[in-house]
Structures are given as structure tokens and as C-alpha cells.
Design a protein around this ligand. Structure first.
Ligand code: ASP
Length: 332
């Protein structure tokens, strides 16, 4: 891709993703979505959840529509989740194999998009390692196409943010008096940049970002959160603790990054350390988890961990988002 291509700023993204009547046209970032929209999406997602053992929810809300999954970066959970979500809503789902795609052969991303538009793909789900790509595509597609951001560099991952919010709401009932602590590689995480902004919009009590200095965010990045470098201090009294993966693929310079043993000793979440948090605190991780580095394996498998629930909620959230953008597709 030509480095000059993406030129979006947050203001562009926030306005680009809404139709004139305020409905959702694309999902590019959680930053610009208001309280009512977030609550509506969470309520819709909740309606798609069924008890374990029951058949998953289905509808024909996307019957006749085509969803294309374009993942230019590796993904297991998010890609499978969008695939299932589209199918359970009755859409045709196209999973592009990007290792053999024309983009590898030098085709510009827009040419790939225009090709899919010509094949009548209505919704394109995009993951890319470069910042600005989802908004750049959204700016160039025709009126009847929606773009969903499935992970953008270290910038955002809005459906992950929504599934985290849904998981927290289901366990804690609301956000007002909660203390939520993120632990680990905050600086390079797109997950924290989505979940934290969503929590802020929903009025979370307090947010802590715990990491070694080399993994801390810039102070103006999430100015509403408290940056902490001491794990014990950050965990004290927390209601929700979310461990983050070390994003090695995005860390250019490893100076100041502790080695694995040192990292687990200082920042790993364990049963022992969770004693500092509230007794009913939940433990989250967006996956993929590195057991023994970010999180103790036994804790990840314990009743306190809601990691697999996050995954299940992810399908429901993606169904809610697909259904919502599809609603406005018909009116264009
Ligand atoms: N799966 C999440 C993401 O795509 C978290 C991670 O990779 O660490 O950002």
C-alpha cells in the first residue's frame, strides 16, 4: 500500500461511520459512538445470546447479503467469529485468503475493494496492520457498502471493545462504580484503545492502565485513565482485571521490555495477586493468551476467568453490528 493512502484523523472516522440520521453506516471506532448507540448495540447482542447447550441464535436479517472477510493480519477468534455471525444471520460469507490475494501481487487495496464491490459484497470486514486503512476504504466505497474494522494496527478494535463491554455488563450489571484495571502492553494494544473508550462513554467509575514504563501509553492517549507501574497498587480493589498480550509484532525496540520470567514475576496475573482485587473480581483476556507470561494458566482456567465467555459474546456482538449496518443498507 502506498504510504500516502490513509490520511484519516479521528474526526473523519467518527463522522464517516454515521449516516445523516445518526444510524450506523460503518463501524470504524468506538470513540465517536454515544452512550445510547453503545447501549443499543449491547442490548441487541444480548438478545443473540442463548444458554450453553442450546442452539445458537439465528435470524434471516442478512439473507441475500454478502459479507467479505478481508484479514491482512493473522486472526483466529475475530475471523471465525465474523464468519459465524454472518452465517447465523443468513448472509453469504466470503473468507478471502490474503496470503494468495492480489494485494500480495501489488494490487492496491482499493482495487481489491472495487473487485469485491463488483461481485456485490455489501459488508467488508477489514483487519490491517496499518493505521487508517478501514477509514480510508470507508471513504472510497459506494453508498451501498459498509466497512467494519476488525483490528487496525495499535489504533482500534471496536468489536473487541464491544464484546468486552458486554462481558463486563453481564457480570457487574453496569459500569458506574466499577474499577477496571488493564495490565500489560498498553502502549501497543488496540484492544485497550477500544475497550477503554467504550468504558469511558458508559461512565465507568475508574480506569487503571498498569504496565512497565516501556509499555505505558502517552499521557494524552487515554487522559481519563490513571497510568500505574506497580501491579499491586493497580490491582488493589479492582472489580475487573484484563490482561493484555505483549504485542511483539508491533514492538520495534525491545529496550526496557522485561524478559519473560521477569515480566511474569512483575506483571503476570495470578491467583495470589488477584487476592488484592475485589473478592468477586473477574479476570479477562482478549486472546491469544500466553500462559505463564501475562496470566497464570490455573487462573485462566478458574471460575474467576471469563475468557471463554468473551469469545462467545464476540459472536453475539458481531451479529448485532452486522444486523445494524445491514438495516441501513436497504435504505441507500
Ligand atoms: N486478538 C486481539 C487483537 O487482535 C488481541 C491480541 O492479538 O493480542 O488485537
Amino acid at each position: 500500500m502506498n504510504a500516502a493512502e490513509p490520511d484519516q484523523t479521528f474526526e473523519d472516522e467518527a463522522s464517516l461511520q454515521l449516516n445523516d440520521d445518526g444510524s450506523l453506516r460503518h463501524l470504524l471506532t468506538l470513540k465517536g459512538l454515544d452512550h445510547a448507540m453503545l447501549v443499543d448495540l449491547l442490548d441487541d447482542a444480548e438478545s443473540y445470546l442463548t444458554p450453553a447447550g442450546a442452539l445458537p441464535a439465528r435470524s434471516d436479517a442478512l439473507a441475500g447479503r454478502t459479507v467479505a472477510n478481508l484479514f491482512f493480519e493473522p486472526s483466529t477468534r475475530t475471523r471465525a467469529s465474523f464468519d459465524l455471525a454472518g452465517k447465523r444471520l443468513g448472509a453469504d460469507v466470503l473468507n478471502l485468503d490474503v496470503n494468495t490475494s492480489s494485494r500480495k501481487k501489488g494490487e492496491s487495496i482499493l482495487d481489491t475493494i472495487y473487485t469485491l464491490e463488483a461481485m456485490r459484497c455489501d459488508i467488508m470486514v477489514v483487519r490491517d496492520a496499518s493505521a487508517g486503512v478501514p477509514a480510508y476504504i470507508a471513504k472510497h466505497v459506494r453508498d451501498h457498502v459498509s466497512i467494519l474494522n476488525a483490528g487496525e494496527s495499535d489504533v482500534s478494535h471496536p468489536t473487541q471493545g464491544l464484546l468486552d463491554l458486554l462481558t463486563i455488563r453481564r457480570h457487574k450489571g453496569g459500569f458506574d462504580n466499577l474499577t477496571v484495571a488493564f495490565v500489560g502492553d498498553i502502549r501497543h494494544s488496540r484492544v485497550v484503545r477500544s475497550t477503554a473508550w467504550g468504558l469511558r462513554t458508559l461512565g465507568v467509575g475508574s480506569l487503571r492502565l498498569i504496565s512497565p514504563a516501556a509499555m505505558a501509553p502517552d499521557s494524552d492517549d487515554m487522559p481519563f485513565a490513571t497510568i500505574v507501574d506497580n501491579l499491586e497498587e493497580g490491582l488493589a480493589g479492582a472489580d475487573v482485571v484484563m490482561a493484555l498480550r505483549i504485542q511483539r509484532e508491533r514492538i520495534g525496540n525491545l529496550d526496557g521490555i522485561p524478559n519473560i520470567d521477569e515480566y511474569f514475576a512483575r506483571y503476570g496475573i495470578s491467583h495470589e495477586r488477584m487476592k488484592l482485587a475485589q473478592p468477586d473480581a473477574i479476570v479477562m483476556h482478549p486472546g491469544p493468551m500466553n500462559r505463564g507470561i501475562e496470566i497464570e494458566g490455573a487462573l485462566a482456567d478458574s471460575a474467576q476467568s471469563v475468557v471463554t465467555e468473551q469469545v462467545g459474546n464476540g459472536v453475539a456482538v458481531r451479529m448485532a453490528v452486522l444486523e445494524r449496518v445491514a438495516r441501513s443498507l436497504g435504505n441507500r
